[in-house]
Design a protein around this ligand. Structure first.
Ligand code: FEO
Length: 394
C-alpha cells in the first residue's frame, strides 16, 4: 500500500472506499469516497490526524507502517468522533499504549462512549491550544457543530496546512489533489448541501477563523486535498452566507400526469422569464442532487398529487428534508392535483412554515388541469419569477 507525501514529512495515509455507494443510509455517492488521515513528522514528535472507517484498519496500518511503526506515534488527533474518521482509533490505541488522544472536551466524552478511550489517555484542547512536534507546531481551532458538537480543526502553523475533517469535504474516491478531479467543486457542493447547510451560522464563524490563517493546503477528511485552496474557500464563502441565484429547484411526483403537466408548464414559464431551473422527478432522483441545488436556489416549487388526504409520500419526504436542511430559500410555490378531495397543499404549506420563506402562491386542481388551471399555473410562475429576480443576491 502506497502512501502519498504531500510535503516533506507530511503524508496522506487515508484509504479509498471505491465501492461505497451510499452514505448515512441516505445519499448516493456514485464515485465512492475516501477516509483521509495524515501523518505529520515534526522532527521530535509524530502526530496522526484522524483515522479511517471501521473495516479498513488493515490497509490503514499497512500504510502507516511504511512511514512509522504505529507504536511510535506520539499524538492521535481526533478532529471529529464520527466512525468514518475515528473508527480506527481503538486499533491504533491498542497497538500503542503511550499515544495521547488529542481532542475537544466534548470529543473526549465521545471517544470514551464510542471507542472506550479512558480519560487518562486524552489531552483536551481548546481554541488556540498549540502542540509542538519539534520544528512543527499544531494549533487547534474550535469549530463546533460542523457537523457534530465536538468538531474542531487542526492547523499546521509553519506549513499553512489546515485539517478540517468534514468541512470542505467531498465524497469522491478519485484523485489526490483538487486539480486531479475535474468536478471537485460539484462533489464538494453536494457534500455541503447534505452535511453543512443546516449549520450555516456555525460554518460562517469557522470560515471567518480560516480566512485569518495563511493557507497553502486544505487537507479534508473526504475527497481530494486542495492545493489551490482559493476556489473552495470562495465557494464556501458563498454557500455559508446563503448567497442565492435567480434559480428555482422544482421537485415533483405525478400519478396520472396532471401534476406533471402543470409542473412542466411552470418550469417553461420560469425559464422563459430568465430563471434558472433544476427539475427533479422524485421517482428517479437522488436527494443529494436536490440538496446540492438548494445550496444556491432562491425558490422551491413542490408538485404533488393528493394521496389519502395528504402529499404523495415522496413529496412529503422531499419537503421534510428541505425543512431539515434549512437551505437559504426565500420563496415557495405548491402545485397539486386531486381526485375527490384536497389536502396536499395545506400539508406542504404547514411543513414549510418553520422556514423563513414566503409561499407566494399555490395551484390546486381537481383532476386533469383545465385551461383556466394552466393559466393560473403560468400566472403563478410569472409572479414567482418576478419575486426571484427582484430579490437582491444575499
Ligand atoms: Fe465524515 Fe461526519 O463524518
Amino acid at each position: 500500500m502506497a502512501s502519498c507525501e504531500l510535503l516533506p514529512g507530511l503524508y496522506h495515509v487515508g484509504v479509498r472506499d471505491w465501492n461505497r455507494r451510499q452514505f448515512d443510509a441516505l445519499v448516493s455517492i456514485p464515485h465512492g469516497t475516501s477516509y483521509n488521515s495524515y501523518i505529520i513528522r515534526g522532527g521530535g514528535k509524530t502526530a496522526l490526524v484522524d483515522t479511517v472507517a471501521p473495516g479498513f484498519e488493515g490497509e490503514f496500518t499497512e500504510k502507516i507502517e511504511r512511514i512509522i511503526s504505529p507504536g511510535d506515534i506520539d499524538y492521535l488527533i481526533m478532529n471529529h468522533a464520527e466512525p468514518d474518521h475515528a473508527g480506527a482509533i481503538p486499533c491504533i490505541m491498542e497497538r500503542n499504549r503511550k499515544v495521547r488522544l488529542i481532542t475537544t472536551r466534548k470529543g473526549a466524552k465521545m471517544a470514551e462512549r464510542f471507542y472506550g478511550v479512558s480519560a487518562e489517555r486524552v489531552d483536551v484542547v481548546e481554541e488556540g491550544s498549540t502542540l509542538k512536534l519539534g520544528h512543527r507546531t499544531l494549533r487547534f481551532i474550535d469549530a463546533p457543530f460542523l457537523h457534530w458538537p465536538e468538531t474542531m480543526f487542526t492547523y499546521l502553523v509553519e506549513d499553512g496546512v489546515l485539517f478540517p475533517c468534514d468541512f470542505f469535504g467531498a465524497h469522491t474516491a478519485f484523485g489526490i489533489y483538487d486539480d486531479d478531479v475535474e468536478d471537485t467543486i460539484y462533489h464538494a457542493k453536494k457534500y455541503f448541501g447534505e452535511i453543512m447547510m443546516p449549520f450555516r451560522p456555525m460554518a460562517q464563524r469557522a470560515l471567518q477563523k480560516v480566512r485569518e490563517l495563511r493557507i497553502n493546503l486544505i487537507a479534508p477528511g473526504h475527497g481530494p486535498v486542495y492545493r489551490n485552496p482559493s476556489r473552495i474557500l470562495d465557494a464556501y464563502e458563498r454557500w455559508c452566507a446563503g448567497r442565492t441565484k435567480n434559480k428555482a429547484t422544482v421537485v415533483y411526483v405525478s400519478m396520472w400526469n396532471s401534476t406533471e403537466r402543470m409542473i412542466r408548464c411552470f418550469v417553461d414559464t420560469l425559464q422563459a422569464q430568465g430563471v434558472e431551473v433544476s427539475l427533479y422527478n422524485l421517482l428517479f432522483s437522488d436527494v443529494a442532487d436536490v440538496a446540492s441545488d438548494l445550496v444556491d436556489s432562491r425558490a422551491m416549487v413542490v408538485g404533488t398529487p393528493v394521496v389519502l388526504g395528504g402529499m404523495h409520500p415522496l413529496a412529503f419526504y422531499a419537503t421534510y428534508l428541505v425543512k431539515a436542511l434549512r437551505p437559504p430559500l426565500r420563496y415557495a410555490v405548491i402545485v397539486s392535483s386531486y381526485g375527490w378531495a384536497g389536502g396536499a397543499v395545506k400539508q406542504a404549506v404547514e411543513m414549510l412554515s418553520t422556514l423563513k420563506l414566503e409561499v407566494v402562491g399555490t395551484v390546486e386542481t381537481n383532476g386533469p388541469p383545465a385551461k383556466e388551471d394552466m393559466e393560473k399555473v403560468r400566472t403563478t410562475a410569472e409572479i414567482l419569477a418576478e419575486r426571484i429576480k427582484e430579490s437582491p443576491t444575499a
